[in-house]
Design a protein around this ligand. Sequence first.
Ligand code: 0T9
Length: 400
Amino acid sequence: AGAVPAAQRGSWTSFLKSIASFSGDLSSLTAPPFILSPTSLTEFPAYWCERPDYFAAIADAKPGHERALAVLRWFISTLKDQYTSRNEEMGSEKKPLNPVLGETFYGIWPAPDSNPSRGATSLLVEQVSHHPPITAYIIDNSSKSLRLTGHNAQKTSFSSGSIIVKQIGHAVLTVGADKPESERETYLITLPRLRIDGLWYGSPYIELADTSHIIGGGHITTIEFKGKGYFSGRSHTFKSTTIPLPGQGGAGPREVVVEGTWHENSKYVKGGSGSFHEVHEQKQEVVPLEWSSELGEYETRRLWFLVAKGIREGDFEIASREKSRIENEQRQRRKDEQAAGTTWQLKHFEHVDSDPIYESLGRSAKLVPAVEDMYVFKGNWPSGCAAVDGTVASGSKGKK
Ligand code: 0T9
């Protein structure tokens, strides 16, 4: 096991054994230090917008098949950051910090000086469940009238040496979010399945599998994911097919097919020609809001500060002591609530049993399950977010 430090081989092997004999919530298993990431899962929704140009381009695209393809292009271009960036930045996939209930993350992508009309984009994330872990988020660009909301959870299992992660939850992209309901367009986005390989060698990496869908704007796109050893023999490949929904679609092509690798580039193979997407080197990282009491004690970077520092600097004594302190505090809080007959109140979201957009758009693709729950944003952005301040210019770091 080459990537595992000699002193941690034993604990890595026993960690793998516990994964293999375990089903459910992997996030709560204790892993050896070398595989720990200093970043909490509450920061992951930022991956949706690290290519803000592709996001903004959705609003500028012509309604119809051009916009449906703009949504697909943005979605595909987020996958490299979502699924390979830990390998590129830390050498392998790592185990993220397991968020506490009520943990939050707030950030902003300022408007670029070179293109002020793109406006600023705001991010708000809240951990809405601890067991199982569920993360809810909203991303808003008011200049472009674009909004993405969603929630994420995972069901994990173990199969012939790999971790299989089924993603639970979905995202909804709204175009014309600030317009009256009749003028809005909504796109339902479902998420692919993950395989985590390379475990035995201590250098885990993600491959995407199965299919995911984007449904809206009169079109439905089915994206098939394959890895090494499947149709092209290459890693990270996909093939997408976009067709009009029955009775919709206007004058556009009857079918657009795109093929390529999601972390590099793709091209049209039907219904168009030339390049479809290309992932450039530069990405725009989210700027976390500077902490103020308004953000609360569970703001992720404040909460995990010492744990993250310990992990980064190799001081695992501090990291594990602080992690235990946070976890014990959580257990105590839950006990106190139980004794008082109260429950934790979410700060930014309200849980609803059924998402009407998922149901109506999902029907056209016969999605299973037919009904999914959702977390409705209460509208309470903290000050410093673009959604309340209007356009936040670059360099202001989200402050007024
Ligand atoms: C939503 C994303 C998700 C979250 C992570 C499976 C995983 C937790 C969920 C699905 C984002 O939009 C995209 C990317 C990475 C996913 C994580 C990768 C990962 O390994 C963890 C799980 C819970 C583990 O930590 C497994 C144990 C670990 C030792 C393997 C590296």
